[in-house]
Design a protein around this ligand. Structure first.
Ligand SMILES: [Zn+2]
Length: 252
């Protein structure tokens, strides 16, 4: 799903890009996918068994909030996706508001262009902490395997779509924005302007930003500069720079 999504959006980005790259897309692709490869190996070693064990534990004991009620498979999956997306919204907001979490999350925001390749750029530290929280949520609500699979697949594709540099028709953007997160909404979140960046935290649904007052829509899309003000030099954003970035001096 992950690599299929990257390939799908990449093809359309290359055919009809919303914006032309200002730095080498190939170089960013190699760096970001190297980060993904590194993360995937470590995360699988560290957490896959724990996630499967937690899922099987709650399934055999019918433990967790959702198992109190006699819900159909579809309704259980829907509630799981909506609730876990809200938790992801809160987690993303905390990544921007808590300095130690921002140290890790800034690796993602330091990408100088925003396209589907940006959706593959995360520091291991951020993903590891979020994996521990996710296991806790699965345990608390008693999520089943199918629901978690639906959530994870939806999150991956939603994240790839909203980061992508696709030419999406205006009418589709406006319609999509009512419930979900289109690329224009997330582009504001990747702005170098800190006040603009600290908005639009949603991944699947845009409703959390609307309800919690963090939605920003009225921004001139053509003037948005992507990245972090302190990290504008491409040559300082190689693979090893990204790995040690959280441990370097704090920047906004
Ligand atoms: Zn962010």
């Amino acid at each position: 799903m992950f690599f299929g999504g990257v390939l799908f959006f990449l093809i359309f980005e290359l055919l009809a890009p919303y914006r032309l790259s200002t730095v080498s897309k190939l170089k960013r692709g190699v760096i970001n996918l190297a980060l993904t490869g590194f993360n995937t190996i470590l995360l699988n070693l560290a957490f896959t068994a724990l996630v499967v064990q937690t899922l099987s534990y709650v399934a055999t004991r019918q433990q967790g909030i959702l198992n109190i009620f006699n819900l159909s498979i579809g309704l259980k999956a829907l509630i799981t996706v909506v609730f876990m997306d809200f938790m992801l919204y809160v987690w993303h907001l905390l990544n921007h508001e808590i300095p130690v979490l921002w140290r890790f999350h800034r690796v993602h925001h330091s990408d100088l262009n925003m396209d589907v390749i940006t959706a593959t750029r995360f520091h291991f530290g951020e993903l590891a902490i979020s994996a521990v929280i996710k296991i806790g949520i699965i345990f608390l609500i008693g999520a089943d395997f199918l629901s978690v699979l639906v959530f994870e697949s939806t999150v991956v594709l939603a994240a790839q779509f909203e980061h992508s540099s696709l030419k999406v028709p205006g009418w589709f953007e406006s319609l999509f924005w009512i419930l979900f997160v289109p690329p224009s909404m997330h582009r504001i979140h990747h702005s170098v302007i800190v006040q603009d960046r600290n908005t639009n935290y949603g991944t699947i649904f845009s409703i959390w930003d609307r309800v919690c007052g963090t939605l920003l829509s009225k921004v001139d899309q053509s003037s948005i500069r992507i990245g972090i003000g302190a990290y504008q030099r491409e040559e300082s954003l190689n693979f090893h720079h990204l790995l040690i970035m959280p441990f370097k001096p704090f920047v906004k």
